[in-house]
Design a protein around this ligand. Sequence first.
Ligand SMILES: Cc1cc2nc3c(=O)[nH]c(=O)nc-3n(C[C@H](O)[C@H](O)[C@H](O)COP(=O)(O)OP(=O)(O)OC[C@H]3O[C@@H](n4cnc5c(N)ncnc54)[C@H](O)[C@@H]3O)c2cc1C
Length: 368
Amino acid sequence: MFADIVIIGAGVVGLAIAKELSSIFNCIVLEKHPSFGCETSSRNSEVIHAGLYYPQNSLKTELCIEGNRLIYEFAEKYKVPFNKIGKLVIAVTKEQEEKLISIHENARRNGVCGIEYVSNTYLQKYSPCIKAHSAFISRNTGIIDTHSFMRCLEALAIENGATFSYNSEVIDIKKTNNEFEIFIKIDEGEIFSLKSPIIINSAGLHSDEIASMVGINDENLKINYCKGHYFKLNSSIFDTKHLVYPVTDNNLGLGIHLTLDLNGGLKLGPDTSFLNSRQINYDVPNHLAEKFFTAGQSYIKGLTLEMLSPDYAGIRPKLQKPDENFRDFYITDETARNLDGFINLVGIESPGLTSSLAIAKYVRKLLT
Ligand SMILES: Cc1cc2nc3c(=O)[nH]c(=O)nc-3n(C[C@H](O)[C@H](O)[C@H](O)COP(=O)(O)OP(=O)(O)OC[C@H]3O[C@@H](n4cnc5c(N)ncnc54)[C@H](O)[C@@H]3O)c2cc1C
């Protein structure tokens, strides 16, 4: 069997790439699970980010800002449920104001539109449940129904002629002169192989394992698993029209924030908890409620411990180690390692959902 392009992984990134490339190439998507989006792409905050936090001239900034625009256009066009609900970034205390100003400055430098400081009267009117010293709003931040988004991407890719092979786990890859042979284990344990001159590695938490199958064993590209838990708020007393993100000094995530889903349900999270092993475990232990309560009660009026119940968890595929600073998305054609045609995407953590359509265009440019 032969394909112009083999895409490994049917998360939101692999799906967006399949949709983008299937109009010009014969694409096969290999996914080990029985359906799309069974890992990180269905275990996130479903927030369309605006690009406030990342450094200037980084891929995260560029692809987040472009992806933000593209995802709203896509959602409008294909009727994917979304809400451009806006997000408040808040300084809870006067001491945090400096941090708030620096995030606002960074966003402005990045060229993010729709950011402005808001008054206390505004906060009282639109987010009366929040305690804040000062705040700004990001009007281009929103939420999206990720499952519908992914289902739509898959349908469009299939319409273009892409083939999706589920229950198909890539277990090895051999490089010959001008093509790759990809070995795949299917549901019944049977193994078959597929040849292609181009592989796109969008395997999320396992992308470094796929890279090592072609001989890339770079310590710098090893993924660290960083879990994020969520707790539900079981109370109707909280009134906020926007998502709420307190500023944080934690450079590994955006802090335990308050998000709404499309049905108006509220949740707190995610925290950041590095895992010692690569065992995937999505448990949300009850005892973490204390930590979420402590974080939440600092900025949510009337929150009690009893209002919190475990919700769900996701795992970030981080290139950044716990003691390291910012790491960017890694998206490269590995020609320099003598692996022409191997497009390697590693460390596609947040804002990967927001950036997915822009990542797909970026990959297309690498190929055409
Ligand atoms: C807690 C949390 C909150 C987040 N919040 C947001 C947010 O609000 N906004 C935002 O923009 N981003 C957010 N993100 C990031 C976003 O979810 C990810 O960047 C995005 O889902 C990554 O998509 P992906 O397709 O690269 O990876 P995945 O969704 O992990 O997909 C990779 C796929 O590859 C498959 N695969 C792996 N190995 C193999 C193999 N050997 N053979 C075949 N298939 C294989 C997997 O089964 C999987 O389906 C968040 C992430 C987390 C963890």
